[in-house]
Write a protein that binds this ligand. Sequence first.
Ligand code: HEC
Ligand code: HEC
Length: 290
Amino acid sequence: MNRRAAVCFALMCATASMTLFVAACTGNSSGNNSPPAPKQAPPFWDDQLDHNWIYRNQYKTTMRTLWLDCAKIVTMSRGQGAPDYALVEAYAKDISSRADRLAMRWEAFAAPGKAVVEALADKDWLSANAENETFGKACDSCHLETWSPIYQHATKEIIGKWLRNEIPSAHDSMLNEGEPPPAVENRAVMQAMLVHHDKTEAAIIAKDASAAIAHVQAIMDIAAKRGKRWRDLQIAADALARLAANKEREKLRQAYQEMVSHCHQCHQVHAAFIDPKTPPRAVLNPMPFD
Ligand code: HEC
Ligand code: HEC
């Protein structure tokens, strides 16, 4: 299986409820429906023929927004005059709410995970299977929110059809445009979780409770750690927002540094390129508070 097919395979297997994408992966591309090439290079605000956005994953867009929020906080607090407290508070709150949302996405595994483990301990295979399906839906909901449209098979061809008011058939799309993004640790963990999820399912079918519990637990551990990372960031961003609301200027720097330490800590582990030959990533960590 080549790399692209492997990604396609990984994606289509991501969870049982993604069968729509399975169809999309195996379909044929006719190749005749490509939309006309954009007339001009971006940026043009309303150019619907600019299809580059379909390659951008929403997770990265969130990250870049976090980065901009941090940059705004630093620039608003800089210089001799009083900081623009209201804006510092607003940007810190934006970081808080985005971190809260991602924390929640990971915390969503705890309750169904516990239910799977309890059903397995009782050797109640039917409930274990049902709870495990619910467990997997927490993967889907984050993916629909974070993946790029191309990961979800919204190819240029499909978008061209929509623009021409034609209905694409379920088999029109393939993940055949462009290379997969470079591998980062984050996605390696995702692939590992998919393997655990598949093995949980297989162990339930084989009525092997202890193996199934081990695989569910492995996903729950990953989810708990990720959830905590985002929760810690959210708490630190809230603390910064409160200081700005109270106009406590002398405490802003330290609170900012505490907040961005959570960005740094997560990036060190999860955002690095896996291939050691790839140069380190350029724009990643938020700017220092100088
Ligand atoms: C819990 C983990 C985690 C936390 C906390 C976190 N990030 Fe990230 N960040 C990631 C991962 C994973 C990537 C790599 C995503 C990818 O390449 O698919 C990333 C990538 C980025 C990028 C690069 C995006 C790009 O497209 O090049 C920026 C910028 C960024 N993060 C900013 C921030 C800022 C600012 C904060 C803190 C306010 C933050 N992140 C907190 C996990 C995290
Ligand atoms: C907080 C959000 C979130 C959760 C929860 C989540 N994922 Fe992901 N997943 C992502 C992001 C972001 C990507 C990378 C998308 C990209 O690079 O365009 C990804 C990518 C993947 C991929 C493709 C990896 C590759 O080869 O590039 C697989 C497979 C996957 N996830 C499986 C899972 C499974 C299984 C679960 C549940 C146990 C899960 N994910 C939970 C956000 C999440």
